[in-house]
Design a protein around this ligand. Structure first.
Ligand code: ZN
Ligand code: ZN
Length: 394
């Protein structure tokens, strides 16, 4: 009986093993198919835009754009997209990875990331006379090498070509950004009990980084900013050795990266009792942010939203102390389109993800910034940052 039972169990285990292995393979296949479809869809959008701009070949070198279009995460490689072809050029180190990650692309082996010879052959074969390049992402050496590699082919500079498309997110992208925002929230929550007078800015940054990483942040999207006391007047004051004391304003600006997507948030806090002025300025910044949350809608121009806050601070007598833009897009890069600043020409659209970060900075006194990450949904604004916004801690 025992033997029968054992062999039966053994048989069952093997069957189950096969079943789950098949199921896992199916899940993997489904995921790959979904990824390939995503990239094919993006390629279609790019090709449509190429047609509108009368571009017949485009070279993609900026890594976030390479990843967005192909899924390839290697550090060496570039893409060529024409109406018929989608090619990924990379060296031997990344051939296998490229094959696995960039299923919508044909992989071509080259010697290095500045070896344009294979691409030149193709352009010549197809008698293409113009090649569009991302002008903001080329250094002079690369530019000269490229020019020499394709004599007779005109280089057409493109600015923000992919970035404009990337500004409007797909649902899975928003989910990844929301997760990155969640990791930052959780890490902040864990650090709060450690914030006591006597802790240094660097210790705060370290404790935060440790927890961000532990909770799954793939890297830091930017160096953590911890600026205390007078230093809080520096909007981008990196954490230093300064000791945080009672009654000082402290600005902490940080984020996480998940699935390649970034988050970005800032909290300003104070240990002990705030002065009247500290409270007044904190409340002003808080009110300004609330105002934006209530008024923001699709169809508004970015600079208009920025102006509302700028005018509000002006009315309150602090117009000169808000020296940076109101916010910026966040995605594969921590600063991307749209730009909510006096120069922001973009029109806000559904599925744009950006920060709302008003701030007031007074030299030799201190500063306050509160920054939340938001997404514009069909039904309005959704705030992705969930951490509380209270000034006084402990
Ligand atoms: Zn920030
Ligand atoms: Zn920011």
């Amino acid at each position: 009986m025992g033997i029968v039972n054992n062999s039966y169990n053994y048989f069952l285990a093997i069957c189950l093993g096969f079943y789950f292995e098949k199921k896992l393979k199916n899940v993997k296949k489904m995921k790959n198919r979904r990824k390939r479809n995503t990239h094919k869809k993006r390629l279609n959008i790019i090709r449509q835009k190429m047609q509108e701009k009368n571009v017949s070949a485009i070279l993609v070198t900026h890594r976030p754009n390479v990843f967005y279009l192909s899924g390839f995460t290697g550090t060496s490689g570039f893409l060529l997209v024409t109406p018929e072809e989608a090619l990924l050029y990379t060296d031997f180190r990344y051939l296998q990875q490229a094959g696995e990650q960039a299923a919508a692309f044909e992989i071509v082996k080259v010697e290095s990331s500045i070896d344009y010879s294979r691409m030149a052959e193709l352009l010549t074969r197809r008698a293409l006379k113009k090649l569009a390049v991302e002008e903001a992402h080329f250094n002079l050496r690369e530019f000269n090498l490229l020019k020499n590699a394709i004599p007779g082919i005109e280089l057409l500079p493109l600015y923000n070509f992919f970035e404009e498309i990337r500004a409007v997110k797909e649902k899975p992208e928003v989910e990844l950004i929301a997760r990155a925002a969640g990791i930052a929230d959780e890490a902040w929550q864990e650090v709060l009990p450690l914030l006591k007078p006597g802790i240094s800015e660097m210790e705060v940054a370290y404790e935060l980084e440790y927890r961000l990483r532990k909770r799954g942040s793939e890297k830091l999207p930017f160096e953590i900013i911890v600026a205390s006391g007078e230093r809080s007047a520096l909007p981008h004051g990196l954490a230093g050795t300064r000791i945080i004391r009672e009654g000082e304003l402290v600005t902490v600006d940080f984020g996480a990266v998940y699935g390649g997507y970034c988050s970005d948030m800032t909290r300003t806090f104070l240990l002990g009792e705030p002065s009247e002025k500290q409270r007044e300025i904190y409340n002003l910044v808080y009110e300004a942010q609330e105002m934006v949350f209530k008024m923001i809608k699709t169809g508004q121009q970015c600079l208009g939203v920025d102006t509302v806050v700028r005018q509000y601070f002006q009315q309150q007598g602090y117009g000169a102390y808000f020296g940076h833009g109101l916010g910026h897009g966040v995605g594969l890069e921590v600063h991307e389109l749209p730009t909510l600043s006096p120069k922001g020409q973009e029109i806000l659209q559904e599925m744009m993800v950006f920060t709302v970060e008003p701030g007031i900075y007074i030299e030799k006194w201190g500063g306050v910034r509160i920054e939340d990450l938001v997404v514009l949904c069909p039904y309005g604004l959704q705030i992705l940052t969930r951490s509380g916004r209270t000034l006084v801690l402990g």
